[in-house]
Ligand binder design. Structure first.
Ligand SMILES: [Cu+2]
Length: 476
């Protein structure tokens, strides 16, 4: 039975503008506002090598309509600095929680000991601090950090707590990829604003089901941004830092671009695409070549329409960022023919299956479930042997909502997808930690567990996650 029919059966679909509206299909989602003039210079977060301190705080920033308002961030403005570290080095970071509530930091994409991972149990209470200390021993790639407290992750991330965490390596450096002013982070998020310029986060029942979406797209916390570029090759580190919205990223001149990396590192070779779906929590490392573009042209990074992702997303094409190509080329970066070899994982010794299903009768939370279970802090749902290689299948074959599934403490490889798109996507040909499982799809990933302890895996639609679509696994 489709969700809408089920709701009608339950007698829940009768209130105008309530649950029914978001279940009726395409066109009922908060549309992205198209009044933007793209007149604000894209903010670039400060880069800090081997950061030693970070604080979560409430602060003032001016994001929309010139109004200075309160947001959350790791300072000085909304969001946080880009932390960079070379693989092989250790992070030794004192984190101060200057919020009036508890929070923590999950290092999304870092394969680090469980006690440093930012499990929802590992809370840093208001006005307390915690030392995150861990060695970074993994491939070069684009990771990020954000709070991970059960039931309030969506609110804290939406209010501004997120930042990039970039791992570098010698192998990557040898590729001579665009760097310095030719390497740009793009944290894409959708927000809803109150009249006073503050961010509104109050998901109602249907928004808890679909995910909370905003009418305003920000990039690096910048409303309606532009970026001046020269006619060169550029590298963009793209993060979908939104709560729920999926983007179908493309260029307005329909030009191809090159995917060179995803969540867990660099691909084996550049994948040439003209669009790519990016769900919440996923990252992309892409090269865009502006060298053939006439001077003074304007090109938009946009999200094209798409289908097959449930009722909530894809109905609209909208602009995200304006590139203004205003200078002759001034560098010699080239797209490498090959990148970094990836060892294919094999030797899986156990299969686990996780069904992603709704349970509509749980009206006080816990509608989104994994194997019919809602997250419980003290319960270990799966036990895995340290060093084991396993195949996990996420089964959304009866679902009508997309679920980007994220596993902590590991990187994995996508080995199969059936029932929907039926193929491994270009950006899924490398190491991943978050994979989009669309309605009707089953997706299999192969994982090697190298870190001991208790971790979570969950849907990275933050409303689904906060609703309890998350389980614990222990590696021992
Ligand atoms: Cu989900």
């Amino acid at each position: 039975m489709k969700r809408i029919e089920f709701l009608k059966t339950l007698g829940l679909g009768l209130s105008a503008g309530g649950i029914l509206s978001s279940c009726m299909g395409d066109g009922d989602v908060v549309p992205v506002s198209e009044i933007a003039d793209f007149g604000n210079a894209l903010k670039i977060p400060e880069t800090i090598y081997n950061a030693t301190s970070l604080a979560s705080k409430s602060l003032k920033d001016t994001i929309i309509n010139g109004k200075s308002s309160s947001y959350l961030g790791y300072g000085p403005g909304i969001l946080g600095p880009t932390i960079r570290i070379k693989s092989g080095n250790s992070l030794n970071l004192n984190f101060k929680n200057q919020l009036s509530e508890h929070t923590n930091i999950h290092w999304h994409g870092l394969v680090i000991p469980a006690e440093m991972d930012g499990h929802p149990d590992q809370m840093v209470m208001a006005n307390n601090s915690f030392d995150y200390k861990f060695a970074v021993n993994q491939a070069a790639g684009t990771n990020w950090y954000h709070p991970h407290i059960h039931e309030i992750t969506g609110r804290q991330v939406t209010q501004g707590l997120a930042g990039l965490f970039i791992v570098e390596s010698n192998e990557e450096k040898a590729l001579n990829l665009p760097t310095e002013s030719f390497e740009i982070p793009l944290i894409i998020q959708d927000k809803r604003f109150n009249d006073d310029g503050t961010i509104k986060y109050k998901p109602n029942m249907d928004e808890k089901m679909n995910g909370y979406m905003g009418e305003t797209i920000l990039v690096n916390g910048t409303f309606s941004p532009f970026l001046k570029v020269s006619s060169n090759l550029y590298r963009f580190r793209v993060l979908n830092g939104s709560s729920a919205r999926i983007y179908n990223l493309a260029l307005s001149n329909a030009a191809s671009f090159y995917i060179i990396g995803s969540d867990g590192g660099i691909l084996e070779k550049p994948e040439v695409v003209s669009s790519v779906l990016l769900s919440s929590g996923e990252r992309l490392d892409i090269l865009i070549d502006f060298s053939k573009v006439p001077l003074n042209s304007e090109i938009f990074l946009e999200s094209n329409q798409f289908s097959g992702m449930g009722t909530a997303q894809g109905t609209q094409k909208f602009k995200i960022l304006k590139f203004i190509v205003n200078k002759q080329g001034e560098s010699n970066f080239k797209v490498p023919l090959s990148l970094i070899p990836i060892q294919k994982l094999s030797g899986s010794t156990q299969n686990r299956n996780f069904s992603l299903k709704m349970k509509m009768l749980s009206l006080n939370g816990g509608m989104h479930r994994i194997n019919n279970k809602v997250y419980k802090s003290g319960r270990i749902d799966e036990t895995v042997s340290l060093g084991a290689t396993e195949t996990w299948e996420f089964d959304n074959s009866t679902g009508d909502e997309p679920h980007p599934m994220h596993i902590h403490g590991v990187h994995f490889q996508v080995v199969a997808r059936s029932g929907g798109r039926n193929e491994i996507q270009p950006h899924e040909k490398g190491w991943k930690d978050t994979v989009l499982v669309a309605p009707k799809e089953k997706v299999q990933v192969i994982i090697k567990f190298t870190q001991k302890g208790k971790f979570v895996f969950h849907c990275h639609n933050l409303e689904h996650e906060d609703d309890g679509m998350m389980l614990n696994f222990e590696v021992k």
